[in-house]
Design a protein around this ligand. Structure first.
Ligand SMILES: *[C@@H]1O[C@H](CO)[C@@H](O)[C@H](O)[C@H]1NC(C)=O
Ligand SMILES: *[C@@H]1O[C@H](CO)[C@@H](O)[C@H](O)[C@H]1NC(C)=O
Ligand SMILES: *[C@@H]1O[C@H](CO)[C@@H](O)[C@H](O)[C@H]1NC(C)=O
Ligand SMILES: *[C@@H]1O[C@H](CO)[C@@H](O)[C@H](O)[C@H]1NC(C)=O
Ligand SMILES: [Cu+2]
Length: 654
């Protein structure tokens, strides 16, 4: 009797353990947990790599699982069975013994299953620790201290910022950054007081300044009026608020109304939306829309070709990381009162997990807009007036990359649309000048005078999104619908013209590389094997917002590295290794990896699992309102169901 009880307890005990194991993550695409991050570090430190000196961690993430496996896992968990465990693997990039190594760490086998030394061009993302070292050690360099005393500046009032140096045709390069310094003199808006004329290169392998040139002295701009303070009456308390009545968050899986999707936080891309499906109450099932969506790369070239500025051609996502730059969100400023927050974990240069509280916020939003409405007076004896307010669900993250703040939104609508929004704010990059008025300037200054002695430099922001749409399944095609003016011929009515739609399914990568122009065109991802109840192709449309392409010359080095920015739209067949538009090793890259290179094969994209790449662009001509702090500049694009539903899905429920 006693022994039987004991064995029952044992069985229960094992069930509990198993349950805990499978429950330690809910979804194959969940970010690495702190426990997993610690395990990864322990596995590496106990491996053959332990002899390497000064091992630093530059990239640690879930190794992209096979899509089929993820989809199988999802469908098997739907049938109310206990979630099956999913093999967890991590992709890790370390530098040790002067070599960059790509590792695949298998967490269940507790071993390194792949170790490959990377010998190509470009370097992995920089770590926060090495950037801090570069800044602090430069400020102690005797040559720098001499430059400061020549300018009568106190070293205690100096801030130095390491910037990536780009690639300008060098055959031999080293991991290094360029350092630019500012004289705070008691102010907080450091970018408003740049110390011009000094070139400093800091070598990240030797950990010292290897090039130092004090070329000229320019006056420091005045410090008045550069501070930024929020006004005492914060907008927080009067935020329009909804009750999140349709929102449920379990682990990283979000359900809101008919939408269901997974939200992850990643050091490189920041927020990642995966396996987004929408429930179709007519078909009584979830239908797939977006397998994965995130920012893939950014390109921010400054338009000043002089010595102090020419190299400022940043690829923030690949060189550093939007996730690494993510800021803890401020309740009632960054997100409204009803927001729910999700924490994130960042992995530092030592491979340690660091908690980032409130990395992502999720909230229902009512901004006073109308989802649909109508008044009908055509029915005799009645006035029928009806409508619904537009309530949406926003997933938000904010990356503060040095001077700039990027607000990244994914906004889900009840109608099936997803609006992807970007807001730019923060402080401009500026240079000091002796001029105090635009009227005095007779030379090219490459920007706008925003305050006396301060010129904000012209620049672009290109954000390229990875959009793996799976419209009702894997087999999709990319369709271009052109609107064409037609002359009326052989008709008895007096009309002379009209427009018609010409649809074209694009067959290969080269055709699907599109530079948007003023010609009216609709771009759609369609399911080539499914039609609506009345026979239209099932699809989602990319509704492009304000968009821009790079104006740099094709043979300019920064443009060679980011050649994809010449076109806003690209389509590729899905390949899980192709995620970073500017190449994985973006720091000092030569442009030999990324979208432009992959698509040279001109692969077939018809009736295949395809990925859409869209670049949102801003040509930023600074204005005085951008100083001392920029009023948020916004842009967005929309993924809009187009003959995806048999009718407006909001009306299904009535
Ligand atoms: C490795 O780290 C040690 C201790 O931090 C340091 O003294 C040494 O210079 C480093 N070596 C290299 C090659 O960076
Ligand atoms: C620093 O601030 C002080 C006090 O406001 C001012 O007198 C001085 O000129 C400033 N120095 C520079 C270099 O701007
Ligand atoms: C907004 O909602 C949150 C959570 O439901 C609540 O704490 C807060 O007081 C609300 N704010 C307003 C202005 O209604
Ligand atoms: C998807 O396309 C492949 C060929 O590209 C074909 O073999 C497969 O049957 C298609 N699947 C569906 C569901 O149409
Ligand atoms: Cu800008």
């Amino acid at each position: 009797m006693l022994s039987m009880n004991f064995s029952i307890i044992l069985v229960l005990f094992f069930v509990a353990i198993n349950f805990l194991n499978t429950q330690s993550f809910q979804h194959p695409l969940d970010p690495l947990s702190p426990k997993e991050i610690n395990e990864i570090r322990a596995i590496i430190e106990n491996s053959h790599l332990k002899t390497l000196t000064n091992l630093t961690y530059h990239f640690v993430d879930v190794d992209e699982p096979e899509k089929d496996d993820v989809l199988h896992w999802l469908s098997s968990t739907k049938s109310n069975r206990q979630p099956k465990s999913f093999p967890r693997r991590a992709k890790v990039v370390v530098i040790g013994g002067k070599q960059t190594r790509e590792l695949i760490v298998d967490l269940s086998k507790r071993s390194i299953v792949l170790d490959h030394v990377y010998k190509g061009h470009g370097y992995p993302p920089l770590t926060f620790e090495e950037l801090l070292q570069a800044s602090l050690l430069t400020q102690k360099d005797p040559r720098f201290l001499t430059s400061l005393s020549k300018r009568n500046l106190k070293s205690s009032q100096v801030s130095c910022l390491p910037l990536t140096k780009g690639w300008f045709g060098e055959h031999v390069s080293k991991r290094a950054v360029k350092i630019t310094c500012f004289y705070r003199n008691g102010t907080t808006n450091i970018y408003g007081r740049p110390i011009n004329g000094i070139t400093i290169i800091f070598d990240l392998e030797l950990l010292k300044v290897t090039t130092y040139m004090d070329r000229y002295r320019a006056p420091l701009p005045k410090a008045e009026g550069t501070e930024f303070h929020s006004r005492p009456l914060k907008p927080g308390p009067s935020f329009p608020n909804t009750t999140n009545s349709k929102l449920s968050i379990q682990g990283n899986v979000v359900t809101w109304g008919d939408w269901k999707f997974h939200v992850a936080f990643n050091s490189r891309a920041g927020v990642i939306i995966s396996t987004a499906s929408i429930f179709d109450s007519k078909e009584n099932k979830y239908r797939r829309v977006l397998y994965r969506g995130h920012v893939s790369e950014t390109f921010v070239p400054y338009m000043d070709p002089t010595e102090d500025w020419y190299y400022r051609t940043f690829m923030d996502v690949g060189e550093f990381g939007f996730g690494k730059a993510a800021d803890s969100l401020q309740p009632l400023v960054d997100c409204p009162g009803n927001a729910r927050f999700m924490d994130g974990y960042l992995i530092d240069g030592f491979g340690m997990p660091n908690l980032l509280p409130r990395a992502i916020c999720i909230f229902e939003k009512y901004s006073g807009d109308v989802a649909w409405r109508h008044t009908e007076i055509g029915v005799p004896g009645r006035v029928i007036r009806d409508g619904e307010p537009e309530v949406t669900l926003v997933v938000r993250m904010i990356a503060t990359v040095g001077n700039y703040d990027y607000i990244l939104d994914w906004e889900f609508r009840q109608t099936g649309s997803i609006t992807v929004g970007v807001g730019l704010t923060g402080v401009l990059e500026m240079k000091a000048t002796s001029y105090t008025s635009t009227d005095q300037i007779k030379e090219e200054v490459y920007g706008t005078m925003v305050a006396p002695n301060l010129i904000a430099i012209n620049h672009d922001h290109f954000l390229t999104y990875y959009l793996d749409l799976d419209i009702d399944g894997d087999n999709n095609s990319f369709m271009k619908s052109s609107l064409q003016s037609k002359r009326v011929k052989r008709m008895t009515t007096p009309r002379k013209s009209y427009w018609r739609v010409k649809n074209k399914i694009l067959k290969r990568e080269a055709e699907a590389r599109i530079r948007l122009d003023s010609k009216p065109t609709q771009l759609l991802v369609v399911n080539s094997n499914k039609k609506t109840n009345v026979g239209n192709l099932i699809g989602y449309q990319l509704v492009t917002g304000q968009s821009a392409y790079s104006l740099l010359a094709n043979d300019d080095y920064p443009q060679i590295r980011t050649a994809y920015t010449k076109y806003q739209v690209w389509v590729t067949p899905y390949d899980k290794s192709e995620r970073w538009a500017g190449g994985f090793y973006a720091d000092q890259s030569h442009g030999d990896d990324g979208l432009t290179v992959w698509t040279r094969r001109n692969r077939k994209i018809e009736n295949k699992d395809i990925v859409l790449w869209y670049t949102m662009g801003f040509h930023h001509v600074p204005s005085q309102e951008d100083f001392p702090i920029m009023a948020t500049l916004r842009s967005s694009f929309e993924l809009k169901p187009t003959n995806f539903f048999d009718q407006n899905p909001i009306t299904y429920k009535s």
